[in-house]
Design a protein around this ligand. Structure first.
Ligand code: G6P
Length: 440
Protein backbone atom coordinates (compact mmCIF):
# COMPACT_ATOMS: atom_id res chain seq x y z
CA UNK A 1 0.00 0.00 0.00
CA UNK A 2 1.35 3.44 -0.93
CA UNK A 3 2.22 5.62 2.03
CA UNK A 4 2.28 8.90 0.11
CA UNK A 5 -0.77 10.06 -1.83
CA UNK A 6 -0.96 12.75 -4.45
CA UNK A 7 -4.36 14.40 -4.88
CA UNK A 8 -5.31 16.76 -7.69
CA UNK A 9 -8.38 18.97 -7.43
CA UNK A 10 -9.72 20.33 -10.73
CA UNK A 11 -11.75 23.50 -10.19
CA UNK A 12 -10.07 24.09 -6.83
CA UNK A 13 -11.02 27.79 -6.89
CA UNK A 14 -14.54 26.68 -5.99
CA UNK A 15 -15.92 28.15 -2.78
CA UNK A 16 -16.65 24.55 -1.72
CA UNK A 17 -12.97 23.53 -1.57
CA UNK A 18 -12.52 24.25 2.18
CA UNK A 19 -15.11 21.49 2.79
CA UNK A 20 -12.96 19.05 0.89
CA UNK A 21 -9.84 20.11 2.77
CA UNK A 22 -11.64 19.74 6.10
CA UNK A 23 -12.76 16.24 5.11
CA UNK A 24 -9.24 15.22 4.13
CA UNK A 25 -7.75 16.59 7.34
CA UNK A 26 -10.37 14.79 9.43
CA UNK A 27 -9.13 11.57 7.84
CA UNK A 28 -5.45 12.28 8.46
CA UNK A 29 -5.03 8.88 10.12
CA UNK A 30 -6.64 7.07 7.17
CA UNK A 31 -5.18 8.91 4.19
CA UNK A 32 -1.44 9.68 4.05
CA UNK A 33 -1.67 12.74 1.84
CA UNK A 34 1.70 14.02 0.70
CA UNK A 35 0.72 16.47 -2.04
CA UNK A 36 -2.36 18.46 -2.83
CA UNK A 37 -2.49 20.10 -6.26
CA UNK A 38 -5.04 22.86 -6.67
CA UNK A 39 -5.87 23.41 -10.32
CA UNK A 40 -7.97 26.13 -11.94
CA UNK A 41 -8.15 28.24 -15.08
CA UNK A 42 -6.99 31.82 -15.70
CA UNK A 43 -10.41 33.26 -14.70
CA UNK A 44 -10.21 31.41 -11.38
CA UNK A 45 -6.62 32.40 -10.58
CA UNK A 46 -7.40 34.88 -7.82
CA UNK A 47 -9.88 32.53 -6.19
CA UNK A 48 -7.61 29.51 -6.26
CA UNK A 49 -4.78 31.54 -4.69
CA UNK A 50 -7.13 32.56 -1.85
CA UNK A 51 -8.20 28.92 -1.43
CA UNK A 52 -4.54 27.83 -1.35
CA UNK A 53 -3.81 30.35 1.41
CA UNK A 54 -6.68 29.05 3.53
CA UNK A 55 -5.72 25.44 2.75
CA UNK A 56 -2.17 26.02 3.98
CA UNK A 57 -3.48 27.59 7.19
CA UNK A 58 -5.91 24.71 7.74
CA UNK A 59 -3.07 22.21 7.26
CA UNK A 60 -0.76 24.14 9.61
CA UNK A 61 -3.50 24.21 12.26
CA UNK A 62 -3.50 20.40 12.17
CA UNK A 63 0.30 20.37 12.40
CA UNK A 64 0.57 18.36 9.18
CA UNK A 65 3.18 18.44 6.48
CA UNK A 66 1.35 18.40 3.14
CA UNK A 67 2.77 20.10 0.07
CA UNK A 68 0.21 22.45 -1.53
CA UNK A 69 0.78 23.43 -5.16
CA UNK A 70 -1.32 25.84 -7.21
CA UNK A 71 -1.33 25.60 -10.98
CA UNK A 72 -3.27 26.68 -14.05
CA UNK A 73 -1.68 23.80 -15.98
CA UNK A 74 -3.46 20.49 -15.37
CA UNK A 75 -0.65 18.27 -16.58
CA UNK A 76 1.85 18.54 -13.69
CA UNK A 77 -1.06 18.17 -11.30
CA UNK A 78 -2.32 15.00 -12.96
CA UNK A 79 1.11 13.41 -13.38
CA UNK A 80 1.17 10.30 -11.15
CA UNK A 81 -1.83 11.48 -9.13
CA UNK A 82 -3.61 8.84 -7.01
CA UNK A 83 -6.95 10.60 -6.78
CA UNK A 84 -8.35 13.34 -9.00
CA UNK A 85 -11.35 15.29 -7.73
CA UNK A 86 -13.29 17.04 -10.45
CA UNK A 87 -15.47 19.90 -9.23
CA UNK A 88 -15.20 22.59 -11.89
CA UNK A 89 -18.11 24.57 -13.25
CA UNK A 90 -17.80 25.05 -17.00
CA UNK A 91 -18.81 28.63 -17.79
CA UNK A 92 -18.53 29.57 -14.10
CA UNK A 93 -21.52 30.90 -12.16
CA UNK A 94 -22.41 33.14 -15.11
CA UNK A 95 -23.12 29.99 -17.14
CA UNK A 96 -25.41 28.66 -14.40
CA UNK A 97 -27.28 31.97 -14.20
CA UNK A 98 -27.70 32.07 -17.99
CA UNK A 99 -29.16 28.55 -17.93
CA UNK A 100 -31.61 29.53 -15.21
CA UNK A 101 -32.68 32.76 -16.92
CA UNK A 102 -33.00 31.30 -20.44
CA UNK A 103 -35.16 28.42 -19.16
CA UNK A 104 -37.44 30.76 -17.23
CA UNK A 105 -37.74 33.08 -20.23
CA UNK A 106 -39.16 30.18 -22.24
CA UNK A 107 -41.52 29.06 -19.49
CA UNK A 108 -39.39 26.20 -18.14
CA UNK A 109 -37.89 25.43 -14.73
CA UNK A 110 -34.46 27.07 -14.48
CA UNK A 111 -32.12 24.66 -12.76
CA UNK A 112 -28.46 23.73 -13.09
CA UNK A 113 -28.89 19.95 -13.38
CA UNK A 114 -32.48 19.51 -14.53
CA UNK A 115 -34.36 20.22 -17.74
CA UNK A 116 -32.88 22.58 -20.31
CA UNK A 117 -30.34 23.94 -17.81
CA UNK A 118 -29.04 20.45 -17.06
CA UNK A 119 -28.75 19.77 -20.78
CA UNK A 120 -26.83 23.03 -21.37
CA UNK A 121 -24.55 22.35 -18.41
CA UNK A 122 -23.83 18.85 -19.75
CA UNK A 123 -22.98 20.23 -23.20
CA UNK A 124 -20.52 22.73 -21.71
CA UNK A 125 -18.98 20.28 -19.29
CA UNK A 126 -18.68 16.92 -21.04
CA UNK A 127 -16.13 17.95 -23.72
CA UNK A 128 -13.82 19.41 -21.04
CA UNK A 129 -14.26 16.33 -18.85
CA UNK A 130 -13.30 14.03 -21.71
CA UNK A 131 -10.20 16.15 -22.33
CA UNK A 132 -9.24 15.76 -18.65
CA UNK A 133 -9.81 12.01 -18.93
CA UNK A 134 -7.57 11.73 -21.99
CA UNK A 135 -4.83 13.46 -19.99
CA UNK A 136 -5.45 11.10 -17.08
CA UNK A 137 -5.20 8.04 -19.34
CA UNK A 138 -1.71 9.23 -20.24
CA UNK A 139 -0.45 10.82 -17.03
CA UNK A 140 -2.06 8.82 -14.22
CA UNK A 141 -3.77 5.75 -15.70
CA UNK A 142 -4.14 4.11 -12.27
CA UNK A 143 -5.75 7.12 -10.60
CA UNK A 144 -9.38 7.23 -9.50
CA UNK A 145 -11.46 10.11 -10.73
CA UNK A 146 -14.02 11.31 -8.21
CA UNK A 147 -16.50 13.37 -10.15
CA UNK A 148 -18.58 16.07 -8.52
CA UNK A 149 -18.82 18.22 -11.58
CA UNK A 150 -22.45 18.74 -12.46
CA UNK A 151 -24.56 17.35 -13.94
CA UNK A 152 -22.77 14.57 -12.09
CA UNK A 153 -24.82 11.65 -13.48
CA UNK A 154 -24.46 12.61 -17.12
CA UNK A 155 -20.79 13.49 -16.70
CA UNK A 156 -20.19 10.07 -15.13
CA UNK A 157 -22.10 8.41 -17.98
CA UNK A 158 -19.87 10.22 -20.50
CA UNK A 159 -16.68 9.13 -18.68
CA UNK A 160 -17.79 5.49 -18.38
CA UNK A 161 -18.84 5.35 -22.05
CA UNK A 162 -16.00 7.24 -23.67
CA UNK A 163 -12.85 6.71 -21.59
CA UNK A 164 -10.83 4.08 -19.75
CA UNK A 165 -10.56 6.15 -16.59
CA UNK A 166 -11.58 4.54 -13.29
CA UNK A 167 -14.32 6.92 -12.25
CA UNK A 168 -17.01 7.26 -9.61
CA UNK A 169 -19.65 9.99 -9.69
CA UNK A 170 -20.64 11.59 -6.43
CA UNK A 171 -23.42 13.66 -5.02
CA UNK A 172 -24.22 15.02 -1.58
CA UNK A 173 -27.98 14.47 -1.85
CA UNK A 174 -27.91 10.88 -0.50
CA UNK A 175 -25.54 12.04 2.27
CA UNK A 176 -28.05 14.72 3.26
CA UNK A 177 -30.87 12.14 3.12
CA UNK A 178 -28.95 9.73 5.35
CA UNK A 179 -28.18 12.48 7.86
CA UNK A 180 -31.82 13.61 7.81
CA UNK A 181 -33.04 10.08 8.46
CA UNK A 182 -30.59 9.67 11.36
CA UNK A 183 -31.84 12.93 12.87
CA UNK A 184 -35.46 11.79 12.59
CA UNK A 185 -34.57 8.47 14.21
CA UNK A 186 -32.52 10.28 16.84
CA UNK A 187 -29.58 8.03 16.19
CA UNK A 188 -26.05 8.07 14.78
CA UNK A 189 -25.70 8.19 11.02
CA UNK A 190 -23.58 5.04 10.90
CA UNK A 191 -26.36 3.12 12.65
CA UNK A 192 -28.75 3.71 9.75
CA UNK A 193 -28.64 1.48 6.68
CA UNK A 194 -30.30 3.24 3.78
CA UNK A 195 -30.56 1.87 0.26
CA UNK A 196 -31.13 4.34 -2.56
CA UNK A 197 -31.48 3.80 -6.29
CA UNK A 198 -32.18 5.77 -9.45
CA UNK A 199 -30.17 8.34 -11.38
CA UNK A 200 -28.30 11.35 -10.09
CA UNK A 201 -30.73 13.89 -8.59
CA UNK A 202 -33.40 11.33 -9.45
CA UNK A 203 -33.19 8.79 -6.63
CA UNK A 204 -35.57 7.15 -4.20
CA UNK A 205 -34.76 5.71 -0.77
CA UNK A 206 -35.93 2.11 -1.04
CA UNK A 207 -35.10 0.76 2.40
CA UNK A 208 -34.19 2.30 5.72
CA UNK A 209 -33.03 -0.18 8.34
CA UNK A 210 -32.41 0.62 11.97
CA UNK A 211 -32.09 -1.81 14.86
CA UNK A 212 -33.53 -4.66 12.84
CA UNK A 213 -36.58 -2.81 11.56
CA UNK A 214 -37.53 -1.11 8.31
CA UNK A 215 -38.23 2.49 9.26
CA UNK A 216 -39.31 3.76 5.85
CA UNK A 217 -42.97 4.23 6.78
CA UNK A 218 -42.01 5.97 10.00
CA UNK A 219 -39.76 8.41 8.10
CA UNK A 220 -42.55 9.08 5.59
CA UNK A 221 -44.90 10.05 8.41
CA UNK A 222 -42.23 12.29 9.97
CA UNK A 223 -41.72 14.04 6.63
CA UNK A 224 -45.46 14.50 6.23
CA UNK A 225 -45.65 16.00 9.71
CA UNK A 226 -43.41 18.80 8.41
CA UNK A 227 -40.00 17.54 9.49
CA UNK A 228 -38.39 17.24 6.10
CA UNK A 229 -34.71 17.20 7.01
CA UNK A 230 -33.77 15.39 3.81
CA UNK A 231 -33.65 18.48 1.59
CA UNK A 232 -30.47 20.26 0.47
CA UNK A 233 -30.26 24.00 1.14
CA UNK A 234 -30.50 25.00 -2.52
CA UNK A 235 -34.02 23.58 -2.91
CA UNK A 236 -36.74 25.86 -1.56
CA UNK A 237 -38.78 24.29 1.26
CA UNK A 238 -41.92 22.61 0.01
CA UNK A 239 -44.44 20.09 1.34
CA UNK A 240 -44.94 16.81 -0.50
CA UNK A 241 -48.60 16.01 -1.25
CA UNK A 242 -49.48 13.41 1.40
CA UNK A 243 -51.31 11.03 -0.99
CA UNK A 244 -48.25 10.90 -3.23
CA UNK A 245 -45.82 10.08 -0.45
CA UNK A 246 -48.06 7.76 1.52
CA UNK A 247 -48.74 5.52 -1.47
CA UNK A 248 -45.31 5.41 -2.97
CA UNK A 249 -43.59 2.95 -0.65
CA UNK A 250 -40.32 4.82 -1.27
CA UNK A 251 -38.95 8.26 -0.39
CA UNK A 252 -38.17 10.47 -3.37
CA UNK A 253 -35.15 12.75 -3.16
CA UNK A 254 -35.88 16.47 -3.06
CA UNK A 255 -34.95 16.94 -6.74
CA UNK A 256 -37.91 14.79 -7.75
CA UNK A 257 -40.09 17.74 -6.78
CA UNK A 258 -39.11 19.28 -10.11
CA UNK A 259 -40.92 16.38 -11.80
CA UNK A 260 -43.74 15.49 -9.42
CA UNK A 261 -44.69 19.11 -8.72
CA UNK A 262 -43.33 21.06 -11.64
CA UNK A 263 -46.00 23.78 -11.79
CA UNK A 264 -45.62 24.62 -8.10
CA UNK A 265 -41.84 24.83 -8.40
CA UNK A 266 -42.11 26.91 -11.55
CA UNK A 267 -44.27 29.45 -9.73
CA UNK A 268 -41.81 29.57 -6.84
CA UNK A 269 -38.85 30.03 -9.17
CA UNK A 270 -40.50 32.89 -11.05
CA UNK A 271 -41.25 34.67 -7.78
CA UNK A 272 -37.66 34.20 -6.64
CA UNK A 273 -36.23 35.33 -9.97
CA UNK A 274 -38.25 38.55 -9.68
CA UNK A 275 -37.29 38.93 -6.02
CA UNK A 276 -33.87 38.05 -4.60
CA UNK A 277 -32.81 36.40 -7.86
CA UNK A 278 -32.32 32.91 -9.25
CA UNK A 279 -30.36 30.43 -7.13
CA UNK A 280 -27.23 31.15 -9.19
CA UNK A 281 -27.60 34.86 -8.51
CA UNK A 282 -28.12 34.29 -4.80
CA UNK A 283 -25.08 32.01 -4.73
CA UNK A 284 -22.97 34.63 -6.51
CA UNK A 285 -23.57 37.07 -3.65
CA UNK A 286 -22.89 34.31 -1.08
CA UNK A 287 -19.62 33.46 -2.83
CA UNK A 288 -18.40 37.00 -2.55
CA UNK A 289 -19.00 36.91 1.19
CA UNK A 290 -17.32 33.52 1.51
CA UNK A 291 -14.17 34.63 -0.31
CA UNK A 292 -13.95 37.71 1.92
CA UNK A 293 -13.86 35.34 4.90
CA UNK A 294 -11.35 32.98 3.23
CA UNK A 295 -9.00 35.90 2.56
CA UNK A 296 -8.65 36.74 6.23
CA UNK A 297 -5.14 35.64 7.30
CA UNK A 298 -6.55 34.68 10.72
CA UNK A 299 -9.07 32.26 9.17
CA UNK A 300 -7.72 28.72 9.54
CA UNK A 301 -10.81 26.53 9.39
CA UNK A 302 -13.87 26.02 7.24
CA UNK A 303 -16.32 28.83 8.07
CA UNK A 304 -19.88 27.95 9.19
CA UNK A 305 -21.28 30.14 6.40
CA UNK A 306 -20.35 27.45 3.88
CA UNK A 307 -22.99 25.23 5.44
CA UNK A 308 -25.69 27.41 3.88
CA UNK A 309 -24.83 26.02 0.46
CA UNK A 310 -26.65 23.19 -1.29
CA UNK A 311 -23.42 21.22 -1.71
CA UNK A 312 -23.01 20.89 2.06
CA UNK A 313 -21.32 17.59 3.06
CA UNK A 314 -20.02 16.88 -0.45
CA UNK A 315 -16.58 16.36 1.05
CA UNK A 316 -17.91 13.58 3.27
CA UNK A 317 -18.77 11.66 0.14
CA UNK A 318 -15.46 12.45 -1.57
CA UNK A 319 -13.16 11.81 1.37
CA UNK A 320 -14.96 8.70 2.59
CA UNK A 321 -14.83 7.33 -0.94
CA UNK A 322 -11.08 7.94 -1.15
CA UNK A 323 -10.54 6.33 2.22
CA UNK A 324 -12.78 3.40 1.41
CA UNK A 325 -10.92 2.72 -1.85
CA UNK A 326 -7.47 3.25 -0.34
CA UNK A 327 -8.16 1.20 2.81
CA UNK A 328 -10.51 -1.28 1.13
CA UNK A 329 -13.01 -0.40 3.87
CA UNK A 330 -16.06 -1.82 2.08
CA UNK A 331 -18.26 1.00 3.34
CA UNK A 332 -21.74 1.26 1.85
CA UNK A 333 -21.94 4.53 -0.07
CA UNK A 334 -24.38 5.96 -2.59
CA UNK A 335 -22.50 6.59 -5.83
CA UNK A 336 -22.82 6.91 -9.58
CA UNK A 337 -21.39 3.82 -11.18
CA UNK A 338 -22.14 1.20 -13.87
CA UNK A 339 -25.52 -0.40 -13.28
CA UNK A 340 -24.36 -4.00 -13.72
CA UNK A 341 -27.84 -5.31 -13.04
CA UNK A 342 -28.48 -3.37 -9.84
CA UNK A 343 -31.61 -1.71 -11.29
CA UNK A 344 -33.60 -4.19 -13.35
CA UNK A 345 -34.88 -2.64 -16.58
CA UNK A 346 -31.85 -0.44 -17.26
CA UNK A 347 -28.82 -1.40 -19.39
CA UNK A 348 -25.92 -2.94 -17.48
CA UNK A 349 -23.43 -0.44 -18.82
CA UNK A 350 -25.25 2.81 -18.06
CA UNK A 351 -24.49 5.05 -15.08
CA UNK A 352 -26.91 4.85 -12.17
CA UNK A 353 -26.85 6.24 -8.63
CA UNK A 354 -27.10 3.32 -6.28
CA UNK A 355 -25.94 2.19 -2.86
CA UNK A 356 -22.72 0.27 -3.38
CA UNK A 357 -20.03 -1.44 -1.36
CA UNK A 358 -16.81 0.52 -1.92
CA UNK A 359 -13.78 -1.70 -2.27
CA UNK A 360 -10.22 -1.09 -3.41
CA UNK A 361 -11.39 -2.28 -6.83
CA UNK A 362 -14.18 0.29 -6.88
CA UNK A 363 -17.93 0.22 -6.19
CA UNK A 364 -19.88 -3.02 -6.11
CA UNK A 365 -23.49 -1.91 -6.71
CA UNK A 366 -26.15 -3.56 -4.54
CA UNK A 367 -29.13 -5.03 -6.36
CA UNK A 368 -32.34 -3.25 -5.59
CA UNK A 369 -35.89 -4.63 -5.48
CA UNK A 370 -37.71 -4.02 -8.79
CA UNK A 371 -39.21 -0.54 -9.08
CA UNK A 372 -42.98 -0.21 -9.54
CA UNK A 373 -43.60 -0.05 -13.27
CA UNK A 374 -44.64 3.63 -13.42
CA UNK A 375 -41.46 4.71 -11.62
CA UNK A 376 -39.33 2.42 -13.76
CA UNK A 377 -40.81 4.02 -16.90
CA UNK A 378 -39.86 7.43 -15.54
CA UNK A 379 -36.31 6.30 -14.80
CA UNK A 380 -35.97 4.71 -18.23
CA UNK A 381 -37.21 7.90 -19.86
CA UNK A 382 -34.70 10.00 -17.95
CA UNK A 383 -31.90 7.55 -18.68
CA UNK A 384 -32.66 7.89 -22.38
CA UNK A 385 -32.66 11.68 -22.00
CA UNK A 386 -29.26 11.44 -20.29
CA UNK A 387 -27.75 9.04 -22.84
CA UNK A 388 -28.90 11.12 -25.82
CA UNK A 389 -27.66 14.30 -24.13
CA UNK A 390 -24.23 12.74 -23.60
CA UNK A 391 -24.03 11.74 -27.27
CA UNK A 392 -25.24 15.19 -28.39
CA UNK A 393 -22.64 16.83 -26.13
CA UNK A 394 -19.90 14.67 -27.63
CA UNK A 395 -20.93 14.92 -31.29
CA UNK A 396 -22.72 18.29 -31.55
CA UNK A 397 -25.59 16.52 -33.28
CA UNK A 398 -28.63 18.83 -33.12
CA UNK A 399 -31.09 16.11 -33.95
CA UNK A 400 -29.89 14.06 -31.01
CA UNK A 401 -30.06 17.13 -28.76
CA UNK A 402 -33.70 17.69 -29.70
CA UNK A 403 -34.60 14.04 -29.31
CA UNK A 404 -33.11 14.18 -25.82
CA UNK A 405 -34.91 17.35 -24.81
CA UNK A 406 -38.28 16.22 -26.16
CA UNK A 407 -38.14 13.28 -23.75
CA UNK A 408 -37.57 15.43 -20.70
CA UNK A 409 -40.85 15.98 -18.81
CA UNK A 410 -39.90 19.52 -17.69
CA UNK A 411 -38.83 20.79 -21.12
CA UNK A 412 -41.32 22.57 -23.39
CA UNK A 413 -41.37 21.38 -26.98
CA UNK A 414 -42.18 22.83 -30.41
CA UNK A 415 -41.06 26.26 -31.58
CA UNK A 416 -40.36 27.31 -27.95
CA UNK A 417 -37.75 24.58 -27.74
CA UNK A 418 -36.16 25.62 -31.04
CA UNK A 419 -35.85 29.21 -29.84
CA UNK A 420 -34.60 28.22 -26.39
CA UNK A 421 -32.03 25.85 -27.86
CA UNK A 422 -30.79 28.45 -30.34
CA UNK A 423 -30.40 31.01 -27.56
CA UNK A 424 -28.67 28.46 -25.32
CA UNK A 425 -26.10 27.69 -27.99
CA UNK A 426 -25.60 31.34 -28.97
CA UNK A 427 -25.07 32.42 -25.37
CA UNK A 428 -22.67 29.56 -24.65
CA UNK A 429 -20.64 29.47 -27.85
CA UNK A 430 -17.26 29.64 -26.10
CA UNK A 431 -18.13 26.48 -24.19
CA UNK A 432 -20.09 24.66 -26.88
CA UNK A 433 -17.83 24.62 -29.94
CA UNK A 434 -19.47 21.32 -30.94
CA UNK A 435 -22.68 23.26 -31.73
CA UNK A 436 -21.04 26.27 -33.45
CA UNK A 437 -22.36 25.16 -36.85
CA UNK A 438 -25.91 25.83 -35.66
CA UNK A 439 -25.44 29.58 -35.45
CA UNK A 440 -25.96 31.41 -38.73
C1 G6P B 1 -26.99 20.25 -4.22
C2 G6P B 1 -26.56 19.37 -5.35
C3 G6P B 1 -25.34 19.81 -6.00
C4 G6P B 1 -25.40 21.27 -6.33
C5 G6P B 1 -25.68 22.07 -5.10
C6 G6P B 1 -25.93 23.53 -5.42
O1 G6P B 1 -26.58 19.87 -3.05
O2 G6P B 1 -26.48 18.04 -5.00
O3 G6P B 1 -25.16 19.08 -7.17
O4 G6P B 1 -24.18 21.70 -6.88
O5 G6P B 1 -26.77 21.61 -4.42
O6 G6P B 1 -25.91 24.31 -4.28
P1 G6P B 1 -25.78 25.87 -4.33
O7 G6P B 1 -25.62 26.32 -2.94
O8 G6P B 1 -24.60 26.16 -5.22
O9 G6P B 1 -27.04 26.34 -4.97
Amino acid sequence: MKDYLKIAVIGAGSSYTPELIEGLLKRKHELPIGELWLVDIEEGKEKVEIIAGLTRRMIAREGLDIKVEVTLDRKPALKDADFVCSQFRAGCLEGRIRDERISLKYGMIGQETNGLGGFANACRTIPITLEICREMEELCPEAWLLNFTNPSGMVTEAILRHTKVKAVGLCNVPVIMQKGVAKLLDTEEQDVIMQVAGLNHFIWARQILHEGQDKLKHIVSEILSGKDYLVPKNIPPFAWPSDLLENMGMIPCAYLRYYYMSEDIMKQELEEADGEGTRGEVVKAMEKRLFDIYKNPEQNEKPRELEKRGGQYYSEAACELMSSIYNDKRTIMHVNTRNNGAIAGLPDDCAVEVSSVITKSGPLPLNVAPFPNDTLCLIQLMKEFESLTVEAAVTGNLNMAKRALILNPIVNTGSILDQALEETVRENLDYMPQFRHLIK
